[in-house]
Design a protein around this ligand. Structure first.
Ligand SMILES: [Zn+2]
Length: 137
């Protein structure tokens, strides 16, 4: 009997799942089209969740902000996005929300600021390594 219930819950058809589980299952299913891992960091799961990133938008696209906030709105969003992903998966990336947030911020930087930050990153890494070596002597 218990076995029977588990099978039906996994299929998600005969028993209504709560919206949160339904959303999680839908996103996981969508993620499987992209190898099931975040494009940037490779994680399969994140505390902050996983998402689908639009690489580019169409004129009448489905976007997250068109739906009410919360589980119900998100479920509606991903449900309506599903056929668009199936039609053209190259327009999307599967990302964890940490990487998505970082990347969207990164995208808003101008080239000058971005290049300066990349240079500073290299400089900081090099400087920290030198400092560490000095400490070990
Ligand atoms: Zn990630």
């Amino acid at each position: 009997m218990v076995f029977h219930v588990v099978i039906l819950v996994i299929k998600g058809k005969n028993y209504p799942l709560n919206k949160r589980t339904e959303l999680s299952n839908l996103k996981t299913k969508l993620g499987q089209r992209f190898g099931g891992t975040c494009y940037f960091c490779g994680c399969q799961w994140s505390k902050k969740g996983m998402t689908i990133h639009h690489i580019y938008y169409l004129k009448k696209d489905i976007t997250y902000d068109q739906f009410p906030k919360g589980i119900k709105g998100s479920l509606e969003y991903y449900t309506k996005l599903t056929p668009l992903i199936k039609a053209n998966p190259k327009r999307f990336r599967y990302l964890c929300n940490n990487c998505h947030q970082a990347f969207e911020r990164f995208m808003r930087f101008g080239d000058i600021k971005l290049n300066k930050m990349l240079k500073e990153r290299k400089y900081t890494i090099k400087t920290r390594q030198r400092y560490l070596k000095k400490q070990k002597l």
